[in-house]
Design a protein around this ligand. Structure first.
Ligand SMILES: C[S@@+](CC[C@H](N)C(=O)[O-])C[C@H]1O[C@@H](n2cnc3c(N)ncnc32)[C@H](O)[C@@H]1O
Length: 469
């Protein structure tokens, strides 16, 4: 149990899980997801945990992954039956409950204070926040039992134990009463972990992460820094207010290019650069970035945004940097760049007009036939030319919701295979454990694409990855 880590997944948990598994399969830090739920993944590394500097490695990993909120080290595990016995939906015999709770208390007693434990020693003043990550947020067991009873139990008992070990001043994070009463509770967000300094030795976030198998008890070691990403996304000089790609999705897409080593030497291109969201995050992750767009205004916007970010990062502007963002129509891409030049291509092409209401089926069919399909066709053909062999393209294509004909989309697979691209699966679920809850299962073994959508969106983003055969 000592060498396992708990990863808190982003809100799109399937995509976060796929990103993490792809990393564990293809980067230098090999490992396996040995258990998961809709909120967490449990990871066993082949070697990383043996590294003396493993905390630094985890921080790097945290920075690289777009769909990971926190990484915590696991100290123990309690199987689900024990939890259900100690905190049943209906209490029959109180004696039995008390007995099983004793067992849980014993486990807590053994992992809280001491060398190589959650707190290395009893400090005079200590602080902790308990975060419960449920199997699924809409589980009744979470809202009725875990939030209302288990949390209270943990907060009081952990306090007792720590005091017994010698600390005189112990405080814990109090969630708002109204959330506890309603059962509608989110574990603390990364910025709270930072604000309360819960990575300090005498302070901690203690995570109780549930799967169908049981609860993993872990201490948070690193968290995502959402403020910095938000700053890049929102404070850059030029941005569009209509829904543009999120920093998280851009970062996840970068990782599906499978370029994990020597990123500073890897050339990547966004040929529909817009205001440059993808390139801003690619620059943050050290890639050699190139971009183009057929709209000169967008080209200028991106160049300005990138210069702004370099300044913010206090990095020098590389020579000829602005030349790397150029005006180019997608049709002529391969005339503007050497063949086999790029290590990866990552982009969000035109997704269709910004609909305020759902369009008609025939309208969308026409749009796809006359605009989008030819555009994607041009893109895929041209991308093939300038990509290195075995290089990957990772891009978004739209699913458009219509009033009268359901979802309509472009047949991307056909365009890609026509152009000699081989599809890369986003997730091979054979690498995961089986789950009995339908909501945690995947439709098939090989997941070819995934979507990134908010409720009620008319245009939904669908993610594809292909490799130059
Ligand atoms: C959905 S936007 C990309 C948004 C970008 N991801 C961002 O965050 O700002 C698509 C871009 O494709 C560009 N575009 C449309 N047709 C094009 C074409 N034929 N050749 C090159 N660029 C094109 C548009 O000017 C627009 O900037």
């Amino acid at each position: 149990m000592m060498d396992r880590f708990l990863f808190v997944l982003g809100s799109n948990w399937q995509l976060s899980l796929a990103e993490l598994d792809n990393y564990l399969k293809n980067s230098q830090n090999k490992g396996r997801i040995i258990d998961y739920s809709a909120t967490i993944a449990i990871v066993e590394f082949e070697n990383l945990h043996k590294d003396k500097q493993y905390v630094n490695k985890l921080m790097e990993l945290q920075f690289i992954l777009g769909g990971c909120q926190k990484i915590a080290k696991i100290y123990d595990f309690i199987d689900i039956q024990t939890i259900h016995d100690a905190f049943p939906l209906n209490i029959n015999t109180y004696q039995h409950v008390v007995k099983v709770r004793e067992k849980i208390l014993n486990i807590l007693e053994n992992i809280l204070v001491g060398k190589n434990l959650i707190f290395p020693k009893a400090y005079e003043s200590m602080f902790y926040a308990v975060s419960i990550y449920p199997n699924l947020y809409d589980d009744d067991y979470y809202t009725d039992i875990l939030v209302k009873h288990f949390l209270l139990f943990l907060n009081t008992e952990i306090m007792e134990i720590i005091k017994r070990k010698g600390s005189t001043k112990v405080l814990y994070y109090k969630y708002p009463d109204k959330n506890i009463k309603s059962g509608n509770l989110n574990p603390i967000f990364p910025h709270i972990v930072i604000k309360y300094e819960l990575l300090n030795e005498n302070r901690a976030e203690i995570i109780f992460g549930f799967t169908e198998e049981g609860v993993y008890i872990a201490r948070t070691f690193t968290v995502d820094d959402p403020n910095f990403k938000k700053q890049i996304d929102e404070e850059r000089p030029l941005k569009e207010f209509k829904s543009s790609i999120s920093p998280k999705l851009a970062t996840i897409m970068l990782n599906f290019l499978n370029l994990f080593d020597s990123r500073e030497k890897k050339r990547i291109l966004d040929p529909f650069v817009g205001n440059g969201t993808i390139l801003l995050f690619a620059l943050l992750h050290d890639f050699q970035i190139y971009g183009s767009d057929n709209d000169i205004e967008k080209v200028e916007n991106t160049a300005r945004n990138l210069n702004w970010l370099l300044e913010l990062l206090e990095e020098e502007i590389p020579p000829l940097f602005n030349k790397r963002i150029a005006r180019c129509d997608i049709k002529n891409l391969s005339e503007n760049y050497e063949h086999n030049f790029f290590d990866g291509i990552i982009t969000e092409p035109e997704l269709g007009p910004y609909y305020l209401e759902k369009p008609y089926y025939s309208q969308v069919k026409e749009l796809i036939k006359t605009n989008l399909q030819p555009l994607y066709d041009d893109f895929i053909r041209e991308a093939y030319q300038i990509l290195k062999p075995k290089g990957r393209i990772c891009f978004i294509s739209p699913i458009i919701n219509t009033i009268d004909g359901g979802e309509v989309q472009i047949n991307i697979e056909k365009l890609a295979s026509k152009n000699n691209f081989k599809q890369v699966f986003l997730l091979d679920t054979n690498r995961l454990v089986r789950k009995s809850n339908k909501k945690l299962q995947f439709a098939r073994n090989q997941i070819k694409t995934m979507i990134d959508a908010k409720k009620g969106q008319i245009i939904i983003r669908k993610l594809y990855v292909f490799e130059k055969a």
